[in-house]
Design a protein around this ligand. Structure first.
Ligand code: ZN
Length: 410
């Protein structure tokens, strides 16, 4: 599916250090430079896009994508669109809208927001409704390997073998599972945490023909089917290099994805798992259920410069919970103005050390707040410095670095 236009990325003249990231399972890991790097980031359910939590998440993987590409890896990046799911159908019903029209309009809005924020598009931007056959094939593998069972026409995954890998207590896992659309109390289940793979069609809900009956796929099995189709590197130990998403996906979604892939292929889903922290508003995590969402499109409608939004999101670390507020926005507007003013001068402070400092910060688990602080310090010095100490034409080289590595066109 066509996503949104790729952003031109200037070449860098400096050699980048290997990228280090904090992996959710293994702590600090180093991404060795290699020719191909495959990355899957769980995409949106298109009924309430794009709030700042989404934007912060996709911006993080954009930094990884940019960094590895500039370090000469060939990055293959896939993102799904969960365009068939209970929340989408419920929203369409509530609003008296056609679910497909609602999904399509939200996908378009999301693509526009991503484009405004200069986030590079994935190579494959895949709708679940266009992937039903490959999801059916994937469920078929689970069935052949003996990991499925049926309750009244609904097909379930027998997750028992993988429960020793749970990193939280089973009781807590069951609570979260129920909160995120699971059905731990359904009578007939082998284990409360078994997720549904294929839902039999109910009432007039949309559905597809399959060997398991007329119906639709469950949530977790969608991403595994799509990732195996588009990213499988045929490595003996894992399917792809990195799986990403918000930290609310660690359980159940990424736990289940990893168990499903192991059950179907005997391999690990990803070599690395990297998650982003949540964005909050007035002390509460931004979420659809709470309705406390700040939308990128609304900010842009209010004439907020998308580069200010990008700067504001980069000003906090991707793995720290952060709060959005008017004062964060105001501070970012002021800082971007200072940097722009410095970049427009013909003579500025030397930039070589700053550029290598930005590289070091990003290589160090994407420490964008520290990178922004170095840039701001340079800009302030450049604006007050005696021009004799400054170097001619350096601003251009710095502007290209900010554009390429941080996606900031200032
Ligand atoms: Zn997913």
């Amino acid at each position: 599916m066509i996503s949104w236009p790729r952003v031109a990325m200037p070449e860098l003249s400096t050699k980048l250090m290997p990228l280090k990231l904090i992996d959710s399972k293994n702590g600090l890991v180093e991404i060795a430079p290699h020719r191909f790097f495959t990355m899957y980031v769980c995409g949106i359910t298109p009924y309430d896009a794009t709030h700042l939590g989404h934007a912060a998440t996709y911006l993080t993987y954009d930094l990884i994508n940019r960094y590895l590409t500039l370090a000469h890896s060939n990055v293959k990046y896939t993102q799904n669109i969960t365009d068939i799911d209970d929340p989408l159908l419920e929203r369409a019903n509530r609003d008296g809208a056609d679910w497909q029209v609602l999904a399509q309009s939200q996908v378009q809005l999301y693509a526009k927001d991503m484009s405004h924020l200069r986030i590079q598009p994935p190579n494959d931007f895949i709708k679940v409704t266009e992937s039903i056959e490959l999801i059916i094939d994937f469920i078929g593998k689970l069935k052949v390997n003996g990991f499925t069972y049926e309750i009244n026409g609904d097909l379930y995954f027998d997750v028992g073998t993988f429960l020793p890998n749970l990193e939280i207590s089973e009781k807590y896992a069951i609570d979260i599972f129920a909160e995120r659309g699971g059905d731990p109390k359904r009578v007939g289940k082998k284990h409360p945490l078994d997720p549904v793979l294929w839902l039999a069609n109910k009432n007039s809900e949309p559905g597809w023909q399959s060997p398991f009956g007329y119906g639709r796929p469950g949530w977790h099995v969608e991403c595994t089917g799509i990732a195996l189709q588009y990213l499988d590197m045929d490595h003996p130990e894992f399917v792809m290099d990195l799986q990403g998403g918000g930290e609310d996906l660690i359980f159940p979604h990424h736990f289940m994805s990893s168990a499903l892939v192991k059950a179907a292929t005997g391999r690990n889903f990803a070599r690395f798992y990297v998650h982003t922290a949540m964005v909050g508003l007035a002390g509460e995590k931004m979420s659809k259920s709470k309705g406390n969402l700040v939308f990128v499109s609304k900010l842009i409608e209010q004439n907020v410069d998308p580069m200010v939004i990008r700067w504001a999101l980069l000003s906090e670390h991707y793995q720290n919970y952060r709060e959005w507020s008017d004062s964060v926005l105001k501070k970012s507007i002021e800082e971007v103005a200072i940097v722009r003013q410095a970049l427009s001068k013909t003579e500025v402070q030397p930039v070589a050390q700053l550029i290598s400092g930005i590289n070091d910060c990003l290589a160090n688990n994407l420490d964008s707040p520290e990178a922004l602080s170095l840039i701001l310090t340079w800009a302030k010095h450049s604006l007050v410095s005696d021009e004799k100490e400054s170097s001619v034409n350096d601003a251009g080289e710095l502007a290209r670095t900010l554009d390429a590595l941080l996606g900031l066109a200032l």
